[in-house]
Design a protein around this ligand. Structure first.
Ligand code: SF4
Ligand code: SF4
Length: 94
């Protein structure tokens, strides 16, 4: 999902670009851990969706899945899933 660029008209050229240009940095670029959903265990209770701080849990036909481009790997979904359907994997092992 692309975000609209900020209106840069009127911004002095000598200002630091980091401070003036918002960057749509996706967490998938730096995440250390990733959640993996065991589809056969998911009962679609939506608890993970409710607790995810960045709202990257997405509903599928028979389970809830993770948008890994936006997921920051905090592990809250895995901690809160009452059916232990989510486990966290090291990115290096994924
Ligand atoms: S909390 Fe667990 S069981 Fe509930 S929807 Fe999420 S993954 Fe499925
Ligand atoms: S690991 Fe954190 S950011 Fe990623 S889906 Fe779970 S709660 Fe959301």
């Amino acid at each position: 999902m692309s975000r609209p660029r900020a209106d840069m008209s009127g911004v002095p050229d000598d200002l630091c670009p980091v401070a003036t240009v918002p960057s749509p940095m996706l967490a998938g670029d730096w995440r250390a851990m990733r959640p993996v959903v065991a589809r056969e265990r998911c009962v679609k209770c939506a608890i993970c969706w409710l607790y995810c701080p960045v709202q990257c849990v997405v509903e599928k036909a028979a389970w809830f899945d993770i948008d890994l481009a936006a997921c920051k790997g905090c592990g809250i979904c895995a901690q809160e899933c009452p059916h232990r359907a989510i486990r966290m994997l090291e990115e290096a092992d994924a």
